[in-house]
Design a protein. Structure first.
Length: 593
């Protein structure tokens, strides 16, 4: 099958197929995490980011690839979660910039758009690391530009893109030693390969042979399943709206309420101690379809098309407090489309929910200067105890987050919009959240004064908040907080989900592991021994300030054993214990001199 150009319809089908491939293999991408921790989340973050882009793209269809790429970019940009999600959004942000003036792209232009995307992604990362998704995207795009000089067939170019991406992915362990050490390929690069597979499936007519995927070397190969045969989305479903939508009867929309909401597991009377995701999905399926459920110990995100929204909400109330509820009547939307002739919706504005008259100079959207606070704080927290600590330090907005539920760029943008302050500081408190916070700052540049303090752990975030002085200026406070996060050693104790060897440390599945800053330095069968080995490496002089944040899995017995051990082994150390409530990590430690 030969194709000389791509329009918006074909590009949309490619994106939908890429998103589907990624969603099917998200757990495999998660499993490629270098650390054998239970919250590897690259696949989840890329999947959520891609889902946000697809949702935007479906709602604002266009035959123009320039418009479609721009809509996708907006959705990805605002929905980006984690470092992999931000990089993915930047790849398509650059692609959309190149494609913007075109209604169709030929083979060479398509390759050039991929190359522009790579350039945008590299600019977004302060210290790019080779052997990651960046390298996979770079080598594939560079090869596409070269090959497009020899072939005018978009299908052939995409075949070369995928082949080069797979080849480069297989080489990532040779570029990044830690990947070779644990026997995996780069997880973000694998996610991008799945997306490219979906692209090619559509261009080839919708079918890919079984087993045509790239897997990790070693153990990951044995664990990975072949890709099932894939049938591309029916293009008639996304054809020109005046033909497709007009052929659909409004009454044919059976599950008419499009619902999306979050369940906060930490709040709400009658919250069930157990959440059975399979049973919850089955209950939603009685009167609904298009079900997406993403759950961790603190938050459950739900999307469903349902006949009975009341029943859905009553069901959800058994598991916690419902927040951020969005319900749309799809029959009403369809009638509006038919009535208005289904014109393409304009690109959304950043603050589109603010009435236009409030954004004019005559009626400003913000209060007078004398009513604006001098500063405000946003912090990402995992655990109700940690959230209370941040609140006591003056943080205005707490975003629930961590490895398993990273806040999106849009979450940060909305959090900033909710604070009336001259200067706003963001504490991401997780290395995988810093890029999303910085992307939000860039989107708000010129509108709000936002500074991201790149705290990579909860202890760093707490130290930064402590260092803030109300009577100092922005520059002085920024320097003070940056200095504070540099003085803190961070420790984490969790458990291993697979056997591995890292830095000559043999780790068995089920063992507890101790992480000092970003390195695994201890492993033992019990949590107390692991914590002691970790703390020994963190306490160098013995007269530091040691803080223990107890997680939801920590016991009084283990905490008591640890504090007694510290008092005996390090009598000059000042020891504090606080309830953190964080999931998965039994203990978070901070050590300051």
């Amino acid at each position: 099958m030969s194709k000389r150009s791509l329009n918006g319809t074909e590009f949309t089908a490619m994106v939908l197929a890429g998103a589907e491939q990624l969603q099917q293999h998200a757990e495999h991408v998660n499993s490629l995490n270098v650390f054998p921790v239970p919250d590897g989340d690259t696949g989840t973050n890329m999947n959520l980011t891609m889902t946000a882009g697809v949702t935007e793209l479906k709602s604002k269809y266009s035959e123009s690839i320039g418009h479609s790429a721009g809509v996708l970019s907006k959705g990805l940009l605002m929905g980006a979660r984690g470092n992999s999600g931000v990089i993915l959004s930047q790849l398509f942000r650059g692609f959309s910039r190149y494609a913007a003036p075109y209604s169709e792209l030929n083979a060479h232009q398509f390759a050039a758009a991929l190359q522009t995307g790579v350039e945008a992604a590299y600019k977004a990362v302060v210290k790019p690391v080779e052997g990651t998704i960046l390298t996979v995207a770079k080598e594939a795009a560079k090869h596409a530009v070269y090959f497009s000089r020899r072939s005018h067939d978009v299908v052939e170019v995409m075949e070369q893109v995928l082949a080069k991406a797979k080849e480069t992915l297989a080489q990532t362990p040779d570029m990044l030693p830690v990947l070779k050490q644990v026997g995996v390929v780069d997880s973000g690069g694998q996610g991008l390969v799945y997306i490219y597979e979906g692209f090619l499936q559509v261009l080839r007519g919708g079918v890919i042979s079984e087993g045509n995927t790239t897997s990790a070397p070693g153990q990951a190969v044995a664990d990975s399943a072949p890709s099932p045969a894939f049938v591309a989305p029916d293009l008639t479903a996304i054809q020109v709206p005046t033909s497709a939508q007009s052929q659909l009867s409004t009454e044919d929309i059976e599950f008419l309420y499009d619902m999306e909401f979050f369940i906060n597991r930490q709040l709400g009377e009658g919250t069930s101690a157990e959440f059975d995701e399979d049973q919850f999905r089955k209950a939603l399926a009685v009167n609904g379809d298009s079900i997406i459920v993403i759950a961790d110990d603190e938050t459950i995100k739900v999307h469903v098309h349902s006949k009975a929204p009341g029943e859905v909400l009553n069901l959800a109330l058994h598991y916690g407090e419902i927040t951020q509820i969005h319900i749309l009547n799809m029959r009403e939307q369809h009638r509006d489309l038919l009535t208005t002739g289904m014109d393409i919706a304009p690109m959304p504005e950043l603050f589109a929910d603010i009435p236009a008259e409030q954004r004019t100079p005559e009626a400003p959207a913000v209060p007078p200067a004398d009513e604006i606070a001098p500063y405000g704080f946003i912090a990402v927290s995992s655990g109700d105890g940690i959230s209370e600590i941040f609140k006591s330090l003056g943080v205005d907005v707490i975003l629930s987050g961590g490895q398993t539920m990273n806040p999106s760029t849009e979450d940060f943008v909305n959090a900033v919009a909710s604070i009336t302050a001259q200067q706003i500081y963001i504490l991401p408190n997780n290395s995988n959240i810093v890029l999303a916070a910085q992307q939000a700052r860039e989107l708000l540049e010129g509108e709000r004064n936002v500074t991201v303090i790149p705290s990579k752990t909860i202890p760093q975030g707490i130290a930064a908040a402590f260092a803030f002085q109300e009577d100092e200026g922005t520059d002085v406070n920024t320097d003070s907080m940056m200095d504070a996060i540099g003085r803190v050693q961070s420790g984490q104790v969790t458990y291993a989900v697979r056997d591995t060897t890292i830095d000559e440390l043999e780790i068995k599945a089920g063992q507890f592991i101790g992480i000092r800053n970003s390195n695994i330095v201890a492993a033992a069968p019990d949590v107390v021994t692991t914590s002691q080995e970790l703390l020994e490496k963190m306490l160098e002089s013995g007269d530091e300030i040691v803080t223990l944040l107890t997680g939801s899995d920590a016991t009084e017995e283990s905490t008591h054993a640890l504090t007694n051990w510290l008092e005996t082994q390090y009598p000059n150390a000042e020891v504090e214990v606080h309830y953190g409530g964080q999931p998965i990590y039994a203990y978070l430690f901070s050590v300051e001199s």
